[in-house]
Design a protein around this ligand. Structure first.
Ligand code: CA
Length: 228
């Protein structure tokens, strides 16, 4: 390999699972370090300076939520959250943790490697992108990516669905209830507050990619509107 190896920090307290991840990622050319105790995670992140972090939710010492929040006060390193429960993922999505992706156990290590690669590709494109040549938004429904000019913004599925719904009716105000219907295809019970927090994250991601591009506005007491 010509490019320097990228470092991955794995915070996972199940030794077999951690080792499996290390084996696959090392085989794929990454340099890995793993720890099983959450209380050391922040120190290691500072010292090891990983290109990406795989972070288990349930950890001894300090849980993944707390670690992710602390990490976001000083770092934008991409984080993939690992959880044993698929129903946890929705709850996590509403918490504005700042995680970039989520994987539910049991996952195949192959899938983990693919997601690590994909996330690194997205975040690196994003950070090295030039100023958007035009503020034209395009949506890639297969990859859940928004493109502004030639910048790519990686979105969660919920964020993507919200943006797509707003984007298809520019100039129209959509209520939180309409947005909830669009965002949660299986009609789970989530609060209006959840829509607000997803929209907030979405606007932040768009603003990070293109600072002058802020097409979503909130209409007080009603909902949200997309304007070109
Ligand atoms: Ca665990």
């Amino acid at each position: 390999m010509n490019a320097p190896a990228l470092r991955v920090l794995i915070v996972e307290d199940e030794p077999k699972l951690a080792q499996l991840l290390v084996d696959y990622l090392v085989r794929d050319g990454f340099v890995c370090e793993s720890l099983g105790d959450g209380s050391q995670a922040i120190d290691r992140m500072r010292a090891f300076d990983p290109a990406i972090v795989l972070l288990d939710l349930m950890l001894p010492g300090k849980d993944g939520l707390t670690i992710c929040r602390e990490l976001r006060t000083f770092s934008t390193v991409p984080v993939i959250m690992l959880t044993a429960r698929v129903d946890e993922i929705d709850r996590l999505l509403g918490l504005e943790l700042g995680a970039d992706d989520y994987l539910c156990k049991p996952y195949s290590p192959r899938e983990v490697v693919a997601r690590v690669r994909a996330l690194l590709r997205r975040t690196r494109q994003w950070s090295t992108a030039e100023t958007a040549s035009s503020d034209v938004l395009t949506l890639d429904r297969e990859r859940f990516e928004a493109r502004i000019g030639h910048r790519t913004v990686a979105l969660t599925q919920v964020e993507f669905r919200l943006l797509a719904k707003l984007h298809e009716r520019p100039g129209h105000v959509l209520s939180r209830a309409q947005l909830l219907d669009a965002a949660y295809v299986d009609h789970r019970v989530v609060s209006d507050r959840t829509v607000d927090s997803h929209i907030k994250n979405l606007r932040r991601k768009l603003a990070d990619a293109a600072p002058d591009f802020d097409p979503i506005s909130s209409v007080y007491g009603v909902g949200y509107r997309y304007e070109n």
